[in-house]
Ligand binder design. Structure first.
Ligand SMILES: [Cu+2]
Length: 211
């Protein structure tokens, strides 16, 4: 009985689901030992038919870019994580120190952020020689990730997926080793060649980061 009370107390700190599971395990343990070999054999054969849950991202390419503010924008910093899945590349980012509002967000063709204004990163990464557009257009530069939006606190959080990014480090058109650039202004997703997004406020090289 003492053990049961302890379980109830512990339950107060747990989720309801965990709690009811623990209680049912408790009550099973309280029952007299019943012949259970039949049921456990059945359980095992049922388990044998169930394949381990697929984990599609485990062996898929993954990369990160640490963004650093350009000259005059030293307050900007952030991290971008790229994770390939079966059909798309997931992009998650948190970028701080921005002016509130929209900012162009691209992959540029050179993995070189050394220039004070990040001009060393070159133009948009565009291996298929398409016109500049937005991520939802039929065609775009591979680097056309659109805009990110910073809130009043200057932080932009990104959780997006792109069907046209190639992350495979073996591929000729991989974004691995290229640069992520954040701009001062919004990408209008139509002006050529780069959406009229203004100066580059942050830059970071995309680096292979296998799991
Ligand atoms: Cu850009």
């Amino acid at each position: 009985m003492q053990a049961f009370r302890t379980t109830l107390l512990a339950c107060a700190a747990l989720t309801l689901a965990a709690c009811s599971q623990e209680q049912s395990q408790q009550s099973m343990q309280d029952e007299p030992a019943a012949p259970s070999s039949n049921t456990s054999a059945a359980d095992e054969s049922a388990m044998a038919g169930v394949e381990a849950p697929m984990a599609p991202t485990d062996a898929m390419p993954r990369a990160t870019a640490m963004l650093k503010g350009t000259q005059g924008n030293e307050s900007v910093s952030g991290q971008v994580v790229f994770q390939a899945s079966a059909d798309v590349v997931l992009v998650q980012a948190e970028i701080k120190g921005l002016e509130p509002g929209e900012h162009g967000f691209h992959v540029h063709e050179n993995g070189d952020c050394s220039a004070p204004d990040a001009s060393s990163a070159g133009g948009h990464f565009n291996p298929a020689d398409h016109e500049h557009a937005g991520p939802d257009a039929e065609r775009q530069h591979m680097g056309d990730m659109g805009n990110i939006t910073a809130g009043d606190d200057g932080t932009a959080r990104v959780d997006a997926e792109y069907r046209f990014l190639v992350l495979d480090p073996e591929a000729d058109n991989s974004i691995m080793g290229k640069a992520v650039v954040v701009h001062a202004g919004a990408d209008d997703m139509s002006s050529q060649p780069s959406g009229d997004a203004g100066a580059r406020v942050a830059c970071g090289v995309i680096t292979n980061a296998p799991q």
